[in-house]
Design a protein around this ligand. Structure first.
Ligand code: T3D
Length: 259
């Protein structure tokens, strides 16, 4: 059981909902532990084939809980990064299942970069993305200096980071920072519907595709071609590949099992 998040599974889709609404779902160690444990469960459970990452209240996540970070005798900054942000980003990128972000309100600091580490992110039109680190003299963490320049280019990333610009959901969509801005009222429904469709698709092949996309950030073309060859061989052994081919020739809808 979790005290700082809500967690549910239905229809092959796990939903993780940050739930410290009074502090705009900013992260303390306890919420980080809950998120990490929930993500690890999603990683190993065969029943779960897609994940929705969202939050309660008017904010998505305001990054680090600044009370915890500045508390007398509290954790040092490196300890916070080691405990909370690096494990969460490694899980979001390392879990070989699709992760759908559903950003219901402001996403600031690490909260924004967690949204960018999801595979496909929806946001309600009232949401804003803020690289707020520079407002308090810090550097972006949670992979932001890795993901954001790749999403929007170096110039825009630098401006957003140096100035802590408030980027609206619609602007974020048009810049390619997120997949889609939708009406606030239908955000969770749309994200969940999308995840449910994904949960019925060939999970193993999708997971291997995620591994290839991760590697594409740093591999050369030759290395990437070699990685595609190796993982194509693996995907070619799956039940879902055989089922997809069979269904194609039998002119019917495939029934994938995710393996
Ligand atoms: O050790 C380390 O710090 C390393 C780790 C770094 C990772 C990071 O994420 S660093 C960046 C930390 N986050 C921020 O600097 C963002 C701080 N928050 C804000 O700038 C604003 O709250 C927002 C722009 C996100 C939203 O503004 P607004 O006006 O909609 O809401 P608000 O009134 O500022 O906040 C509502 C409440 O949440 C308020 O409490 P109150 O007055 O109702 O009792 C506010 O203090 C609280 N809150 C918001 N953000 C945080 C927070 N409490 C603790 N930590 C927060 N990050």
């Amino acid at each position: 059981t979790y005290e700082n998040i809500l967690f549910s599974v239905a229809d092959g889709v796990a939903t993780i909902t940050l739930n410290r609404v009074d502090v705009l779902n900013s992260f303390n160690f306890e919420m980080a532990d809950d998120v990490i444990n929930a993500l690890k469960h999603c990683q190993t459970s065969d029943e779960i084939r897609a994940i929705v990452f969202t939050a309660n209240g008017r904010g998505f996540c305001a990054g680090q809980d600044l009370e915890e970070a500045t508390r007398e005798g509290g954790p040092r900054i490196e300890e916070i990064v080691d405990h909370t942000y690096n494990p969460i980003i490694n899980l979001l990128r390392g879990i070989e299942k699709p992760i759908i972000g559903a950003v219901n309100g402001v996403a600031a600091g690490a909260g924004a970069n967690i949204a960018f580490a999801c595979d496909i992110t929806f946001a309600g039109k009232s949401a804003k993305f803020i690289q707020s680190f520079s407002n308090i003299g810090l550097v972006p963490d949670s992979g932001g200096t890795f993901t954001l320049p790749r999403l929007v280019g170096m110039q825009r990333a630098a401006a957003m980071m140096f100035m802590a610009d408030k980027v609206t959901a619609e602007e974020a969509e048009s810049l390619g920072m997120i997949y889609k801005a939708v009406d606030d009222a239908s955000l969770l429904e749309e994200a969940t519907k999308y995840a449910s469709i994904l949960a019925k698709r060939p999970t193993k092949g999708i997971g291997l595709t995620k591994r290839l996309l991760n590697q594409s950030f740093t591999n050369s073309m030759e290395e990437q071609l070699a990685a595609e060859r190796a993982l194509q061989a693996e995907a070619g052994q799956t039940y879902d590949h055989k089922e997809g081919i069979k269904a194609f020739f039998e002119k019917r809808k495939p029934e994938y099992k995710g393996c």
